[in-house]
Design a binder for this molecule. Structure first.
Ligand code: ATP
Ligand code: MG
Length: 449
């Protein structure tokens, strides 16, 4: 791997680079796309860095967008695809936004690479000059380490978010954080309090949905969660002396996240499912710990934390529901499954299988087989309910509010809503009742009472 690896530039990227170079300037693909190509991962986007000024770039291409002119970025449009082309620059201090407060343009590629966060992100490539790797990025990929370009203390002082990026890349790639880089995080983690919630959210999502969500423990050990998620630190420090458990609340949480697929809703549901446990802990006369009522508190705290981190309403809604119902017991009968689907919601209910699986997988082995068997049995019943298209919500109830108004003399209002609910409950008890005429006569009967 010492030699220049073969990096396959997409045609459009090659065209942009060649066009700029034919005009007499330098141009390279740079940063994440080079790292990902070397790792054999498909890059999400290809960033190009150039000695040409934004004005000069704009003159070379017929269709461009002024994406971040002040920061040297022009988007070059190729068909419907856009590529960011940024002039070599030296960054001033970063503000809360994505961009540094002030930038100076330079004609020197090395100066541009120096402003980048980690050695693995500071490589550039074009076909003429091959790989430009002045900070040993290739070696760090081979050694599997995340290391700052230059002095970690300086780099994290310039932009505190880089500390979260270090942990996030380490989780995405399964790399270690180099000693001096990790030490600097420990010293400077409190500076994360100055970073906007939006930027923190982006990095936290990437960490939690990575192949190693349990690397959140590194964020705990380096003092990052103490700033962005202090509730998690309390979990790490809360033991559970209970036959069902063999880890602290925090360790259990880490293992539970790792046991489920890398879906944002699922991973955050497991991150927060027991977040209310520390405050609900009681110890009985035998010395056994209990956490009665923790799902309700966990749900409330989930809402507070996700709001604080400026998550969108859809994510907040789904994750809260999964947290609230993670311990919900469904009996192994079709009726009980339908009732649970009605109560919890048709969209949320099936997601709970994996939430519960993750939770069980991270508990002690006590009764594990039994718990998994039951989960599987309920899942099979659920699949039958779905296959038979049994009604569990107003969406598929055979009568609508309009039917009740037109054919049972009802008027719009609260009573109408209650009637629909009552009919739904009858149908959930007994699916064969879901026929329009049957339900209308039930409604008339109920009205006469
Ligand atoms: P991802 O896979 O998340 O896109 P990435 O490394 O491509 O990872 P981007 O945010 O797309 O991350 O940034 C592109 C490049 O810009 C990085 O590879 C790095 O060289 C540089 N960069 C991004 N953010 C910072 C930062 N906060 N400080 C220094 N350099 C940064
Ligand atoms: Mg990127």
């Amino acid at each position: 791997m010492q030699n220049t690896p073969i990096i396959q530039l997409p045609e459009k990227v090659k065209y942009i680079i060649d066009t700029i170079m034919e005009a007499g300037y330098e141009a390279y693909a740079v940063g994440g796309c080079i790292r990902d190509s070397i790792l054999g991962r498909e890059p999400d986007d290809w960033d190009i860095t150039t000695s040409a000024s934004p004005h000069q770039v704009k003159e070379l291409f017929p269709r461009t967008l002024d994406t971040g002119l002040k920061h040297g970025t022009v988007t070059v449009m190729m068909d419907k695809e856009g590529f960011e082309v940024t002039t070599y620059r030296i960054d001033g201090e970063y503000e809360d936004g994505r961009h540094p407060k002030e930038v100076t343009f330079t004609s020197n590629l090395i100066e541009d690479l120096k402003r980048r966060d980690f050695t693995i992100n500071a490589m550039a490539y074009n076909e003429k000059n091959g790989l430009i790797d002045v900070f040993e990025g290739m070696e760090d990929i081979q050694r599997k380490v995340i290391r700052c370009v230059g002095s970690p203390m300086e780099r994290f002082t310039e932009d505190a978010l880089r500390m979260m990026r270090a942990v996030r890349f380490s989780a995405q790639l399964g790399y270690e954080i180099e000693d001096k880089t990790a030490e600097a995080i420990k010293a400077l983690a409190p500076n994360l309090s100055k970073i906007s919630a939006e930027r923190i959210q982006v990095e936290l999502v990437k960490l939690v949905t990575s192949p190693n969500p349990d690397f959140l423990k590194i964020a705990y050990e380096t003092g990052i969660t103490a700033v962005i998620l202090p509730e998690f630190d309390v979990c790490m420090e809360t033991m559970q002396n209970n036959p069902h458990h063999c880890y602290s609340v925090g360790e259990h949480t880490l293992k539970a996240m790792k046991a489920v697929s890398p879906d944002k809703h699922l991973r955050f549901a497991l991150l927060f499912h027991d977040i209310g446990k520390p405050a609900k802990k009681t110890t009985d006369e035998k010395g056994i710990d209990h956490f009665y009522g923790h799902p309700v508190l966990s749900e409330e705290m989930t809402g507070q934390i996700l709001h604080r981190l400026k998550f969108d309403n859809d994510t907040i809604y789904t994750v809260k529901k999964l947290v609230l119902y993670h311990d919900y017991e469904t009996e192994q009968t079709p009726k009980s499954v339908r009732r649970a689907m009605m109560k919890i919601g048709e969209d949320i209910f099936p997601l709970l299988f994996e939430v519960k699986y993750g939770d069980i997988a991270a508990q002690s082995e006590y009764k594990r087989e039994k718990k998994l068997e039951k989960l599987q049995a309920v899942k099979e019943i659920y699949e039958t309910v779905i296959k038979q298209q049994q009604c569990v919500s107003l969406k598929t109830l055979a009568v609508t509010g309009r039917d009740l108004m037109e054919q049972a003399d009802m008027v719009p209002g609260k009573e109408l809503g209650e009637m629909l609910k009552e009919l739904l409950e009858l149908v959930v008890e007994e699916p064969s009742l879901n026929e329009k005429e049957v339900l209308l006569s039930k409604a008339r009967e109920l009205l006469e009472k």
